[in-house]
Design a protein around this ligand. Structure first.
Ligand code: PMP
Length: 413
């Protein structure tokens, strides 16, 4: 099958064994926002870490364990450089963004929130940036307010500025929406939050794989992302938190490795980041994450962003030509295009049917509520069809999508 590449295509498909069907045909994977395929370099790094290099970290006195500890801590420095943290001690390894947000909610929220305090979220948040706050709000008596969206699906920062009060202790927002692709002006959100005396947590799950992240320039207080969306393994994610804030946070899980000294009378805790990493960590996955960051940075996030922007523009233009398609989200969405197919008199094609039929053409999209049910309610739909790109996506994926949608329209009339 010939592959027509976009002008600025990165042509990296060969690095990704996952982009083929079992029969060896191209698989048009348009669900990278759910999880990214892995480059061979990441697969090789994890195989080495699980094989010839494998040992525990932080405890062994033998050379292999000492080497693995060096590699594990080098990965932490690698992540610190990736987000421009002031110190690697601001990098806490977690299982994923979900666990990281729960960590902040339980640890920071448990220590700092009380009845009368308020938390500010937005309409477009992923459930993992809603439910952890509901859990801690229930425990502490704090309350949640919701920043609305602009007509084109961005978090409305004017509305946020108007509604924030000194009672708001924390604002938690997505950098890039996993449904609409809308990009938040984090710096402005941070200024608004800080003027009111609140901290700003940014869910960077969809931003870290496609935008250059500089936490110092963004001005937020917490930043989170998951390794598996950044072309790395599952089971590893990153919480960055500003050092002084992290130093004041109590542990949230107890166990080995997070302590200073344990007696039955009293236990003291390790300084961050160890305080927040109880138990044997995800050693192999952390090494894989460092390899993924090496891979992504060798290509360059600017190039990845420009490449995905071109694919989004091309996809939106083509979908706009289909009468029944209603495009969601802003024109300058990052890497993600959501749409619904509406028919005359309210009938339409359910996103699940679109997804199932596209699968028969080796095109994989996501159909559903995307763990953003409040956003679905706001959009007046129960589901959307979502196309999301990665650095390996190219024009052949869009062609396959459009051909597949022709078939959907032929079948559904
Ligand atoms: N936030 C956003 C914006 C996401 O897209 C996702 C993953 N879909 C998450 C949070 C949760 O990430 P994970 O499941 O890797 O913890």
């Amino acid at each position: 099958m010939s592959t027509v590449l976009t002008r600025d295509a990165l042509d990296l498909r060969v690095d990704f064994p996952g982009l083929l069907t079992p029969q060896g045909a191209p698989w048009h994977y348009l669900d990278t926002a759910a999880t990214a395929q892995k480059p061979q370099a990441v697969i090789d790094a994890t195989v080495r870490a699980m094989g010839a290099d494998y040992a525990t970290v932080h405890r062994g006195v033998y050379a292999r364990s000492a080497d693995m500890t060096l590699a594990y801590e080098a990965a932490r420095r690698r992540v610190a450089r990736f987000v421009n943290a002031a110190s690697e001690n601001e990098i806490v390894f977690v299982r994923g963004a979900t666990e990281g947000i729960n960590l902040v909610a339980q640890s920071w929220g448990g220590a700092n929130l009380k009845a009368g305090d308020r938390i500010l979220l937005s309409t477009l948040e992923h459930h993992s940036n809603i439910v952890p706050w509901q859990l801690i709000a229930e425990r502490t008596g704090a309350q949640i307010d919701v920043v609305p969206l602009t007509v084109d699906g961005r978090i409305d920062l004017d509305a946020m500025a108007a509604m924030i009060t000194p009672a708001h202790r924390l604002v938690a927002l997505a950098h890039v929406s996993n449904v609409l692709g809308s990009v938040l002006d984090v710096k402005r959100a941070a200024d608004i939050a800080h003027q009111a005396g609140a901290l700003l947590l940014i869910d960077g799950c969809q931003a870290a794989p496609r935008l250059k992240i500089d936490v110092a320039a963004l001005g937020c207080d917490f930043y989170l992302f998951s390794g598996h969306k950044l072309y790395g393994p599952t089971g590893i994610g990153v919480l960055w938190a500003q050092g002084d804030i992290l130093a004041d946070m109590p542990p949230w899980q107890g166990g080995g490795a997070m302590i200073d000294k344990v007696t039955f009378a009293r236990t003291t805790y390790a300084p961050p980041p160890g305080r927040f990493e109880a138990g044997t960590p995800a050693i192999v996955e952390t090494i894989g994450l460092a390899a993924a960051i090496d891979y992504v940075e060798a290509i360059g996030l600017d190039r990845i962003a420009a490449h995905e922007d071109a694919l989004v523009a091309r996809t939106r233009a083509a979908l706009r030509d289909i009468n029944s398609v209603r495009l969601l989200g802003p024109e300058d969405a990052a890497g993600i295009v959501s749409f619904v197919m509406e028919g005359v008199g309210g009938s339409g094609v359910h996103p699940h049917d679109i997804g199932t039929l596209l699968d028969e053409s080796n095109v994989a999209i996501r159909a559903g509520h995307h763990c953003a049910q409040p956003l679905m309610a706001h959009l007046g739909v129960d589901a959307t069809a979502r196309v999301s790109f990665g650095l390996y996506s190219d024009e052949s994926d869009i062609e396959a999508l459009l051909n597949g949608l022709d078939r959907v329209r032929a079948i559904f009339g």
